[in-house]
Design a protein around this ligand. Structure first.
Ligand code: DX5
Ligand code: ZN
Length: 225
C-alpha cells in the first residue's frame, strides 16, 4: 500500500516582495504544508522571519502553516507563534532546556508539536519524548541557510527513526529538511521520511513554482509505493 508523502514548501527561498503570490503558487502546485523558517542569529547565524510574517503567510493560504523555530529559548516565543496562526511548531532539541514541558506548552494550545535534531545530534535525544511528539524533524543540512548540499550520513538516522516510529507511535510524522530535491527525495522516502521540506527545489526550480512542486511530488511518490 502506498504511504502518503507530504510536501512542505519552505518560503525561505521565496521572493519576499511577492510572498503571497509565491505561497499561492506552491498551493496550486499541490504543496501540502507551508514551512516557515524562524532564525534568531544565535542558534543559527542568520536572522530571518518573525511572527508577523507567519501571520501574513497564514492569511495567504488555507494550507497548514508549519513553523520551524531555529532559536534559543524557544519557550519564550512559542505563544506568540501560536497567536500568529501556526498549525504546527517544531523546536530544536539542542535549544530546549525542558523539552518535554515545551512540547506540552505547544500542544496545550491545540497546536501540533515537533522536535528537530541537527545532523550531528544523536537520535537518543528524541527517545524519551517520543510519546509526547506529533512530529519529528531530522535536519539533512546544518540549519541556517537554504540551498545547501544534502548530508547523506543522516540516511541511517532516518531509517532508524522510521523504525522507532512504526513500533512505538501512531501517526507521528518524520520530516526531513535540507537539500531535498528530485534526486534526494526518493532516497529519503525509501529511508522512511513522510514529510519533505524543500525551499530551493520549489522556489528556484526550473519552470516555476507549480511545476517544481509537482516534479518533487512525482519523485517522492516513486519510492513511496
Ligand atoms: C534550513 C531550513 C530549511 C531550508 C531548506 O536551515 O530549515 O527549511 O529552507 O532549504 P533547501 O531546501 O534549499 O535546502
Ligand atoms: Zn526548516
Amino acid at each position: 500500500m502506498s504511504r502518503p508523502i507530504r510536501i512542505a514548501a519552505s518560503v525561505l527561498s521565496a521572493d519576499f516582495t511577492r510572498l503571497g503570490d509565491a505561497v499561492a503558487a506552491a498551493e496550486r502546485g499541490g504543496a501540502d504544508w507551508i514551512h516557515v523558517d524562524v532564525m534568531d542569529g544565535r542558534f543559527v547565524p542568520e536572522i530571518t522571519i518573525g511572527a508577523v510574517i507567519v501571520e501574513a503567510v497564514r492569511s495567504a493560504t488555507r494550507l497548514p502553516v508549519d513553523v520551524h523555530l531555529m532559536i534559543v529559548e524557544p519557550e519564550r516565543h512559542v505563544d506568540r507563534f501560536v497567536r500568529a496562526g501556526a498549525t504546527s511548531i517544531t523546536v530544536h532539541a539542542e535549544a530546549s532546556r525542558h523539552l518535554h514541558r515545551l512540547l506540552q506548552q505547544i500542544k496545550d494550545h491545540g497546536v501540533r508539536g515537533g522536535v528537530a535534531l541537527n545532523p550531528a545530534t544523536p537520535l537518543v535525544m528524541l527517545e524519551p519524548v517520543l510519546e509526547a511528539v506529533d512530529m519529528t524533524l531530522l535536519m539533512t543540512v546544518n540549519p541556517g541557510y537554504a540551498g545547501q548540499r544534502f548530508i547523506r550520513g543522516v540516511l541511517p538516522k532516518i531509517r532508524q527513526l522510521a523504525g522507532w516510529l512504526a513500533e512505538r507511535t501512531a501517526g507521528v510524522d518524520l520530516q526531513v529538511d535540507g537539500g531535498i530535491n528530485e534526486t534526494t527525495a526518493p532516497e529519503v522516502v525509501a529511508a522512511g521520511a513522510t514529510v519533505l521540506v524543500a525551499a530551493s527545489a520549489i522556489f528556484h526550480g526550473d519552470g516555476g513554482i507549480e511545476a517544481s512542486v509537482a516534479r518533487l511530488r512525482a519523485a517522492a511518490d516513486v519510492r513511496a509505493r
